[in-house]
Design a binder for this molecule. Structure first.
Ligand code: PBG
Length: 330
C-alpha cells in the first residue's frame, strides 16, 4: 500500500519543529493591560464577575503598572471609577485635573515616565450619573455634537496629566477629529489617538459595568454597532483614518474575528483588538468549573486574535500571559 503523498503531520512532529514553523507569536510587548483605579478606596477591591482583576487604589495601581512593565507588557489602558457623589449629568469629574482618572495618569507618568505606554479611556460613561457615553438632550437621547465638545476638553485634560495615548471609546461620530484638533491646539501634537473604530453593542461588556460601578439603565444601541453588520466597520475605519487615528481597534475580539480580519487588511496603521471583560469572565467561569484549561485557553485565544490580524491585544490576561510566555521560554 502506498502512503499519502503529502504528510502535513511531518511538521508537527516535535515541539521544536512546531515552534519553528509557527506563523503567529504572542509577545508581551504587544499586549496592553486594562486597569481600573477607583476613588476613595483604602484597599484594592476584587471585582466579582472578573476573578483576579482588581479595582486599584492609586498606590496599588502604580505597583501593578510597574509589575506589568517589568514583565515586558507593552502598555496599560487606565479606566477611572469616581465616587458616586462625584458623578453628574455632564461627567465633569472626567475633566477635572484632580479627578480620579487624571490624577492617576499624572502619578503613573511621574513614577514610570516613558517605561510603559500610558493609555487612557476617553469616554463619559464612567463619569456620568446616567451612565451613558455622552451628554443627553432634554428628551434623553445621547447628543452627539454636544458630547464632542466634552471629549475635546477631556482629551486635553488627559494629555496634560501625562497620557501617551488617548482612547476615545464613546462611538460618537466625528470624535477622532475633534480630539486630534483639541490635542494639537493645546500643544499635544505627540499624544496619539487609539480609535475604538469598530465597537459593537455587546453583552460581553457586562462585567466591565461592575468594574466601573456603572449606573446605566438601558443600552448603547443608538451609538455602538449592531452585531449583524460587517461592512459598517470598514466605513468606521475609513472615517477614523481620515480624522487622524494613529491606531485603530476592534472590540470585542473573539466574536468579531471576521471584522478584525477585514479591518486589519484595510488599515495602514497598527490594529488592536480588545479581549473584553465578558470574554475574560467566560474563560474564568469555565476554568473555575474545571471545564477547560485556563492557561491553554488564554494563549489560544490571544494567538487567534493575533492570527486574525491584531498587532496589539488589550487583555486582562496581559500579565498572566506574559508570565506563561516567560515560563515557556518563547
Ligand atoms: C466605554 C468602555 C466600555 C468598555 C471599554 N470602554 C464599556 C461600554 O462600552 O459599555 C468595555 C470593556 C470591557 O468590557 O472589558 N468607556
Amino acid at each position: 500500500m502506498r502512503g499519502p503523498h503529502e504528510r502535513p503531520r511531518r511538521l508537527r512532529t516535535t515541539p521544536a519543529l512546531r515552534r519553528l514553523v509557527a506563523q503567529t507569536r504572542v509577545q508581551p510587548a504587544e499586549l496592553i493591560l486594562p486597569v481600573f483605579v477607583r476613588d476613595g478606596l483604602e484597599e484594592p477591591a476584587p471585582i466579582g464577575s472578573m476573578p483576579g482583576v482588581l479595582q486599584h487604589t492609586p498606590d496599588s495601581l502604580v505597583a501593578a503598572a510597574r509589575e506589568a512593565a517589568a514583565l515586558g507588557v507593552g502598555g496599560i489602558m487606565v479606566f477611572g471609577v469616581p465616587r458616586p457623589q462625584d458623578k453628574d449629568a455632564g461627567g465633569s469629574c472626567g475633566l477635572r485635573p484632580d479627578g480620579v482618572l487624571n490624577a492617576a495618569l499624572r502619578r503613573l507618568r511621574d513614577e514610570l515616565g516613558d517605561r510603559t505606554v500610558l493609555m487612557s479611556d476617553l469616554c463619559l460613561d464612567e463619569f456620568t450619573d446616567h451612565g451613558h457615553c455622552g451628554v443627553l438632550t432634554d428628551d434623553g437621547r445621547v447628543d452627539n455634537d454636544a458630547t464632542l465638545e466634552v471629549y475635546a476638553q477631556m482629551a486635553v485634560a488627559q494629555a496634560d496629566a501625562g497620557t501617551h495615548v488617548v482612547g476615545p471609546s464613546g462611538m460618537m461620530d466625528g470624535q477622532v477629529r475633534v480630539v486630534r484638533e483639541a490635542l494639537d491646539g493645546a500643544g499635544h501634537q505627540d499624544v496619539a489617538v487609539l480609535a475604538y473604530t469598530a465597537k459593537y453593542a455587546s453583552a460581553a461588556y457586562g462585567p466591565f459595568r461592575e468594574a466601573v460601578a456603572s449606573t446605566l439603565q438601558g443600552d448603547r444601541a443608538t451609538y455602538q454597532q449592531d452585531a449583524a453588520n460587517r461592512t459598517e466597520s470598514l466605513r468606521e475605519l475609513r472615517l477614523d483614518l481620515a480624522e487622524g487615528a494613529d491606531m485603530v481597534m476592534v472590540k470585542p475580539a473573539l466574536p468579531y474575528l471576521d471584522v478584525l480580519s477585514d479591518v486589519a487588511k484595510a488599515a495602514d496603521v497598527p490594529v488592536a483588538a480588545y479581549q473584553v471583560s465578558g470574554e475574560y469572565a467566560m474563560i474564568e467561569a469555565a476554568a473555575a468549573q474545571g471545564w477547560l484549561d485556563r492557561d491553554r485557553m488564554v494563549l489560544e485565544t490571544l494567538t487567534s486574535i493575533r492570527r486574525a490580524g491584531a498587532q496589539n491585544v488589550l487583555t486582562y490576561y496581559a500579565v498572566h500571559a506574559a508570565r506563561l510566555l516567560q515560563d515557556q521560554g518563547r
